[in-house]
Design a protein around this ligand. Sequence first.
Ligand SMILES: [Zn+2]
Length: 277
Amino acid sequence: MGRRATKAEIKADFLAANPRCCFCNGERASAELDHAPARICFRQKQGPEGFVFPSCVQCNRAAAISEQVVAFLIRMMEPTSAYLDDRDIDKLISGLINNTPAALPILNAIAAARIRNELPSGTADSVEERTVIIDPCVHDYVDVFVTKMLYAIRYKVSGEFAGPKHRRWIMWAQVGTSSARYLTGRAEAFFGELQVGQRVNVELGSQFQYRHGFNAAHGYLGLWMQFGEGLMLFSVLGPGQQMATIKGGEFKRYLPMRELGLRVNKRHQGRPWKIVA
Ligand SMILES: [Zn+2]
């Protein structure tokens, strides 16, 4: 009486109340408390409260590399270096070097040399003139990261798992670009159509903003997230039949997190970091 529950007791209670893993359609028993978004996405690993989900060991591990890639991307997309911590960045970079060097930005040696010599550049948007280019493999890692969020939030709002009948649609962009404006428009239109029953706004200072809408009748979930002033993501999870009514979407099939994560890890493992010279 009056005693605070220990960490182990809190974990045991949580797993008892949430006995199946929400990332593999409950195929396996939950064994761990999984933070989504992962804590490495935040400064000093301080994530938002209440974003803890029941996971099996396999699903938890399978997303770890994707979470590293996205944590790095979040920092790279920040417009200022005001909140960047050198040790934190070094840690993320060495993580990527060890696990998936292909996800590091491609260094464009020619463009970098041009800037150093202050030579006139071409159009700002030409790929050749960018000093760093994001490797296409980053899209796969973002897909794993956002899919994990979709499965987690679906479970949070409905108590049900994402499963084989679901399709997902994921878009992301850098804040301030025309792609981000397009994405915001799609998100607003979608939330309008959705007749949002539940709306939750979480703000973690300037680090994380989040909004979701869930339509219980049709089983649609819309999820919009922004990390800092850089990375914006919009995604939808819903039954295949419902998703087919969305125009211009590109839909992916359901996979349990452990399979999706491992598949992506395998695809890009051992590929070297690229320098365009
Ligand atoms: Zn699982």
